[in-house]
Structures are given as structure tokens and as C-alpha cells.
Design a protein around this ligand. Structure first.
Ligand code: F6R
Length: 241
């Protein structure tokens, strides 16, 4: 695991975009996180697209997760979020931006089909990840099996509270989601995990310095051969080594 510390969230975005740009250029299959942490990275990649001609035309993309029961047209669905924050501003083909359907009548079949779609695309070349304050990656809440696959999960109360900021009130936050599993994510050939802000400092310490355990799903990345963790100073503040 490589660890990079930058002064602030904007600089994390600049650094991460430099890591990801060559994959776009090569027409790679991208794994995209939503949430707020990757937004400076996406903004920087959009800037590279506009100012330097970085093209995503040959790329395919897969989202990590989606709320169950939320209409894709809802502005808080991850289907809508990734288009608003990133993919509608670049030249990737919209049909190549894959997401889980949280309204599917058979959620187990939806999860199986998503794994098949990732496999058919040749797997994920570079996966962008955030981390929850409770150590989740995607919506793999503690405890999550480190070999788990795409499935439906209940959201942890901490995650519901954390994500209430995106909704009018906490009652509106869906209580279930579809998520790629930890094992699914671990198959990505390269992983770039981003964490910014003091709220993430405990999770960052657990994921880097703690034991590899289902109690901190992000700790599985200690066993991933090509992971770079890009932190701002606030998120790195509790690292001891
Ligand atoms: C989102 C996702 C989540 C977030 C995590 C951090 O697709 O998979 O694991 O990365 O909850 O969220 P933010 O970045 O909003 O702090």
C-alpha cells in the first residue's frame, strides 16, 4: 500500500487525477465512487478533459453501489450523482456508465448480473474509493466478509446519519443498498482510495495500521497488490507510523 499525504482536499484531487488520467487515455474500465470525497478529483479530470484534451471516449465505467428503492431520476441516486458530478462533463458514452438498479424487482439477480457485466468488461482497471467514518468501502458495512460479492445490504446507522447531509432529513435516507462486495473490489487491478478531513482520521488509521478484519472492511486493502491511499493532512493526522 502506497500512502501519499497532500495538504488539503483540492490537492488530493489534483494528485489523484494525475494517477487516473493515464487510465482514461488508455480506454480503461474505471470504477467510480460517489459521495463527496472524489468530487475534487472528478473536477480535476473534467478540467484535464476540457483544457488538455484528455479523452474518456474509449472508457467504460462501473459505479460501486446504489440505494435500494430510490428512483434513478432522484438527484440523490448514485446514477444521477455520478452524471452530475462527472460523467456528463466528459466524453464517455452514457451507455458505458453502468450502475446497479435499486428498483430491480429481483435484487439478487441484479447483483449477479452486475458481477457478470464487470467480468464481461474485462474487470476494473482502476477503482476509485472513498471510505466511511466506520471503515466501510462502497456500502460494505462493518462487519463485512472480506470475500463478499455484490449483494443487498442494510446500511449501518452511522452511514445513515453521515449521508443525511445529502437529503432533506435523515428519514429520507434509504436504509438498504446494493453494493459491490469487498471481494469484488479487491479484484480491481489498481485501487486509489481517497480520504479527506478530520472526520476520516480514525477510519484511515484503522484501514492502514489496524488488523485486517471484517470489522474494518477497508483494511482488506492491506492485502491488495496495487493500492495508493491519497490523504489530506487532516485525514492522516492519527497515523502513527
Ligand atoms: C460511495 C461509496 C461510499 C463513500 C463513503 C465516503 O459510492 O461507496 O463508500 O465513498 O461513504 O463518503 P464521502 O466521500 O461522502 O465521505
Amino acid at each position: 500500500m502506497d500512502i501519499v499525504v497532500r495538504p488539503n482536499a483540492e490537492e488530493v484531487g489534483v494528485y489523484a487525477a494525475e494517477l487516473i488520467a493515464p487510465f482514461a487515455h488508455a480506454g480503461a474500465t474505471l470504477g467510480l465512487a460517489t459521495g463527496s470525497t472524489p468530487n475534487p478529483t472528478y473536477a480535476e479530470l473534467v478540467r484535464h478533459h476540457r483544457e488538455n484534451g484528455l479523452s474518456f471516449a474509449g472508457c467504460e465505467a462501473f459505479l460501486l453501489d446504489e440505494y435500494v428503492g430510490l428512483d434513478p431520476a432522484n438527484e440523490q441516486s448514485y446514477y444521477s450523482t455520478i452524471r452530475r458530478e462527472f460523467t456528463s462533463h466528459i466524453d464517455i458514452k452514457d451507455a458505458k456508465v453502468h450502475s446497479l438498479n435499486g428498483l430491480a424487482s429481483d435484487l439478487e439477480a441484479e447483483a449477479r448480473d452486475y458481477e457478470a457485466r464487470i467480468a464481461a468488461a474485462g474487470g476494473i482497471d482502476v477503482q476509485i474509493l472513498g471510505v466511511g467514518t466506520n471503515g466501510h468501502i462502497a456500502f460494505n458495512e462493518p462487519p463485512s466478509a472480506l470475500d463478499s460479492r455484490t449483494r443487498m445490504v442494510d446500511l449501518h446507522p452511522v452511514t445513515v446519519a453521515d449521508n443525511a447531509r445529502f437529503f432533506d432529513d435523515e428519514e429520507q435516507v434509504p436504509r438498504q443498498a446494493l453494493t459491490q462486495g469487498v471481494g469484488t473490489i479487491m479484484e480491481a487491478r489498481t485501487i486509489v482510495l481517497l480520504a479527506t478531513g478530520a472526520r476520516k482520521a480514525d477510519a484511515v488509521r484503522a484501514l492502514i495500521e489496524g488488523p485486517v478484519t471484517p470489522a474494518c472492511p477497508a483494511s482488506a486493502l492491506q492485502h491488495h497488490p496495487r493500492t495508493t491511499v491519497v490523504l489530506d493532512e487532516a485525514a492522516a493526522a492519527k497515523l502513527t507510523r
